[in-house]
Design a protein around this ligand. Structure first.
Ligand SMILES: Nc1ncnc2c1ncn2[C@@H]1O[C@H](COP(=O)(O)OP(=O)(O)O)[C@@H](O)[C@H]1O
Ligand SMILES: [Mg+2]
Length: 275
């Protein structure tokens, strides 16, 4: 269980995350939605401790993670892998080496300097690539791959850490719809088959609906919706995205885009009750 208790993060006078309290059960696939600036990335980064909370506490499995340092912090960051919108791979390096970077924090610095990877790790990396359907590309440079393939390399690198939690910050925001679907299918499969907790920031409502067991809506640093995707009504979406009265199910995507959000309520797999 991941427990976030009254967590706040300030940047100067800006309150990016404002007193958020959440419990996430092991094995839940959670989507966090909200418009740009709502505090989604800041929340995820605090869980992984890329940044520290200004206030509040975060614990996993009963153990505090918001106030740890040194080896304990590195162990937590291994247990809690992060996937980014821009993949964060080394483009000129081959796929396998990129995946093996997921083992760096458990290897000696000397082995790292000489770029020597144990044979067992190489075998494991190839197995993971095979599982994600990209083993054929193992020897290629990452930069030769499509965006969807690169994101799967990033997922493979995360799996190499054998994490209990995978945090994904808008993992499909740079991908075309087909690649976006492959990447989301991959994350869902990892969740279903391995039982890993997945918390995924998503820009679009329909993706959250389609893939997540639970959707958390953020607005201005606060949680304004928390529930099953079926409960994401037009009214709830309006609360999350702050759309004005002209917002309705019949809104065209153009009018929704003009609100700087991209949601398509009509296409969601779950029927949306009328207002
Ligand atoms: N490093 C930072 N320095 C100053 N302000 C920041 C920083 N990171 C985020 N913010 C601000 O915090 C708010 C939330 O940002 P963020 O968590 O990135 O939102 P989201 O991921 O939902 O788009 C925004 O107003 C953003 O400008
Ligand atoms: Mg963000």
């Amino acid at each position: 269980m991941l427990e976030i208790r009254d967590v706040t993060r300030r940047f100067g006078r800006k309150v990016a995350v404002d007193g958020v309290t959440l419990s996430i059960r092991e094995g839940q696939m959670v989507g966090i939605i909200g418009r740009s600036g709502a505090g989604k990335s800041t929340l995820l980064r605090m869980i992984n401790r890329l940044i520290d909370p200004s206030q509040g506490s975060i614990s996993f499995g009963g153990r505090e993670v918001s106030a740890i340092a040194g080896a304990t912090l590195r162990r937590w960051q291994r247990d809690c892998a992060m996937i980014f919108q821009q993949f964060n791979l080394v483009p000129r390096l081959d796929v396998v080496s990129n995946v093996l970077h997921g083992t760096l924090n458990r290897r000696s610095s000397l082995a790292t300097v000489f770029n020597v990877f144990p044979q067992a790790d190489i075998g494991q990396a190839i197995d993971i690539l095979g599982r994600l359907g990209i083993a054929d590309h193992a020897a290629k440079r990452v930069e030769a791959l499509s965006g969807g393939q690169q994101q799967r390399v990033a997922i493979a690198r995360a799996l190499m850490q054998d994490p209990q939690v995978i945090l994904a910050d808008e993992p499909i925001a740079s991908l075309d719809p087909m690649n976006a679907q492959v990447v989301m299918d991959t994350l869902r499969r990892i969740h279903d088959e391995d039982g890993r907790m997945i918390v995924c920031n998503l820009h679009t409502l329909d993706t959250a609906r389609r893939y997540c067991d639970r959707v958390i809506g953020m607005r201005d640093g606060r949680v304004v919706f928390d529930g099953a995707p079926e409960r994401l009504t037009t009214r709830a979406a309006r609360e999350i995205y702050g759309a004005d009265e002209s917002f309705s199910e019949t809104s065209t995507s153009t009018s929704i885009e003009s609100l700087d959000i991209s949601i398509d309520i009509a296409r969601g797999p779950v029927p949306v009750p009328a207002l």
